[in-house]
Design a protein around this ligand. Structure first.
Ligand code: NAD
Length: 253
């Protein structure tokens, strides 16, 4: 798919990886519809995209809320009259051990609230946005591509029972959609980033970050641009379908 003048929705486009993706696609001439909860971040990303001379709009939307997602895709269809791509990028963490034991006693456990929060945003949000994007692409007569942002943690990671479940789930959903939607000219794929230097990761303790970087064969965190490049690669290559691309400096959890 040639990206020039294509309409792409990016969730969580207000900062971090979403912003880097938006700027990469804007540089290639795509029109951007950015969805986030954070108005300030959205305004900033939209402004930066427009510096490339492309149309860009921000939408306040909560990906875990069905009405909000339906409204988002209706608004995008009205404003742009087309839809060719979606990056399901919005995501959160609420890390904590499954159970914590001290002196033979269970002293804490992952709360149901922290399980549900992460499931709602990362998994249900991806489901809802993927579904509404596919419907709009078909209704508008467009072919397109959906990319789910998974994680290297998807095979399991200490302290991330909730997050890892969602990141395995979004990879599996992309495979299912690739099989179901190919007949409509819609592709789906996923990306599993390793540790990338965004706020989500940089908010970890410096000692933990140092330990992580030293354990990566590349000996550094990834850059948001390296994930943005992968998004553009998948969008532009029509025979990439159903697969997960790992971008992790050779780190395997
Ligand atoms: P980030 O926290 O910097 O940005 C996430 C964005 O999503 C924020 O702008 C936030 O406002 C938005 N968001 C959160 N909840 C939302 C909701 N309910 N509805 C709409 N928007 C919402 O995170 P990031 O590091 O840029 O990560 C982006 C994606 O990449 C996430 O799915 C994350 O799990 C994944 N990922 C990140 C890394 C990494 O190292 N940074 C590694 C693997 C996977």
């Amino acid at each position: 798919m040639e990206l020039k003048d294509k309409v792409i929705v990016i969730t969580g486009g207000g900062r971090g990886l979403g912003r880097a993706m938006a700027l990469e696609l804007a540089e290639k001439g795509a029109k951007l519809a950015l969805a986030d909860l954070d108005q300030e971040g959205l305004d900033e990303t939209v402004g930066l995209c427009m510096e490339f001379g492309v149309e860009a709009r921000g939408y306040i939307a909560n990906v875990s809320d069905e009405d909000s997602v339906v409204k988002l895709f209706n608004d995008v269809a009205t404003d742009f009259g087309a839809l060719h791509g979606l990056v399901n990028n919005a995501g959160i963490t609420r890390d904590g051990l499954f159970i914590k034991v001290k002196d033979g006693e269970v002293v804490s456990k992952m709360s149901l609230d922290n399980w549900n929060l992460v499931i709602d945003v990362n998994l249900t949000g991806t489901f809802l946005c993927g579904r509404e994007a596919a419907i709009k692409m078909i209704e508008l007569g467009n072919q397109g591509c959906i990319i789910n942002i998974s994680s290297i943690s998807r095979h399991g990671n200490m302290g991330q029972t909730n997050y890892t479940a969602t990141k395995a789930g979004v990879e599996a959903m992309a495979v299912t959609w690739a099989k179901e939607l190919a007949r409509y000219g819609i592709r789906a794929a996923s990306i599993a980033p390793g540790y990338i230097g965004t706020e989500m990761v940089m908010s970890m303790k410096p000692e933990a970050l140092e330990k992580i970087a030293s354990g990566i064969p590349a000996k550094r965190l990834g850059k948001p641009q390296e994930i943005a490049n992968t998004v553009a690669f998948i969008m532009e290559n029509d025979y990439v379908n159903g697969r997960c691309i790992e971008v992790d400096g050779a780190l395997r959890i």
